[in-house]
Structures are given as C-alpha cells and as structure tokens.
Design a protein around this ligand. Sequence first.
Ligand SMILES: [Mn+2]
Length: 256
Amino acid sequence: MPSKFSNLLALVLVGVNWITHAEALGITNWLTLCEDEATLQYLDSRYPGHAVPASAFLGKRIGKGSALHEYGTAAFSEITCARPAYLQVVLRAGFNVLWSDMDTAWLTNFLDLAPSSRDVVMVDDSMEEHEENSGNICTGLMYFTPTDMVKSVLEEWHRVCMEDGSNDQTAWNKIFNAERRKKLQYHIMTKELYPNGHLLETRRYSRNDTLSAWRPAWVHANYRVGYHNKRQFLIDSSVWQGGNESDKPSCEVPDQ
Ligand SMILES: [Mn+2]
C-alpha cells in the first residue's frame, strides 16, 4: 500500500498534467509555485526555469510536512492564505498576474477569452445557473491587473483570511460580496466555458464525446480531494496527460 506521503508527492503528476496542457497551447510564460522541496526538485529537473519555491515569493518558509496538504488544518490555512501574498509580489512589480490551480486542464488559453481592462477576471464555483448571482467565486482561476484597487483588495484578502482562520476562497467571497463588488471593475466568465468540477461530473463530461456540443475551456478537478480522486476525474474527462504512476517521485526528501 503506498504511504500517505507517497500519495501527496504523486499530486505532482496532476501538476504535470496542467503543464502538458499549457505547453500544448503554446504557453511558455508560466511559473509553478512549489511549497515543498520534493515537488520543487521534481519539477525543476523536468521544466527548468519554471519551478519556484514559495519561499522565493514570501522570503520565508511556511507550513511544514504533510499537514500542508490536509484541508482544514492550521498549516493548510497558512498555505492557502498565502495566495494573495504571492500575487502581490507580481502586482507590485507592475505585471498582470493570472493564477491557475494545477488540478485543472486548460483546453483553451484563458487569456484568449478573458476581457482586458478589468481589475479582476474570475470564474464561478457554484451550481447557480447565472454565475453573476452566485456569490461563490472560485479562487482557483483569477486574473488581476496591477491597479491600486487590486493591491488594496489583496491586502484585505490576506488579512481577513488569516484573521478568520478560513481558506482563501471563503475569505475572498466574504470581502467581494460585502463591499468590493461595488468598487471593483470585474468580470465573471460564463459557466459554459468555466464550469466547476461538480457540474462537469453532473453532465458526465468527456472531451472525447464528439457528439456533445459542450466545449468547456477548462476542466477543474475540484469538489474532490487527493491524488487518486483528482486523477481519476481527469481520466474520466479524457484530459489526463500527467503520465503514469511510475513517473511519480521516488525519492522522499525529508523536511528540513
Ligand atoms: Mn483546484
């Protein structure tokens, strides 16, 4: 039976799946943020120049050990609340920044579809028919422009996330729904193009189903936890290009 740690390391194959799809779309200007040493080494050896340790963004190590990946733990909160801090580094340097979870497969380049000249472009994570009404933004895909408004929102996002001990998505929706919605220039992508993982499952989506008129721009393996569940969902959706079990990291790098 594979160890728990081995299954955590195997999540890197879900990341490899994302990278394979992005490269197939001709996207080259991506960085993957690595929150543990084993993942960093594995991805750096295969995609030199693209793998960056989280500490390079934050100036310190955060979290420790396998608790990093366990939803609901304090270490997970620390990691998930770090997201606005990562984004701030890029925005302060004057660049637009697009965040994508790696438990996704891009079938179209988001930047070919997203409107420009918005503070933020987002996707919805609800089962509501109209994405504008849900109040449940998915923080797994967000595109920011470095405006003063955005920088101040991200500061608030980080503070509220840490204060509430919640996760990045709960904190984002709390501030977005409360007040920011009125001030931000935002756009929410249509659910037909950016459905969540639950909706995909409900519709039994498969990319190989040539009879289906439905052509989502991404597949997001959310609404399920862990390597095996996410990988199986991506296989069922006919978008798995993350390689075989035997490709997963074999050496376990202990935490410093
Ligand atoms: Mn995700």
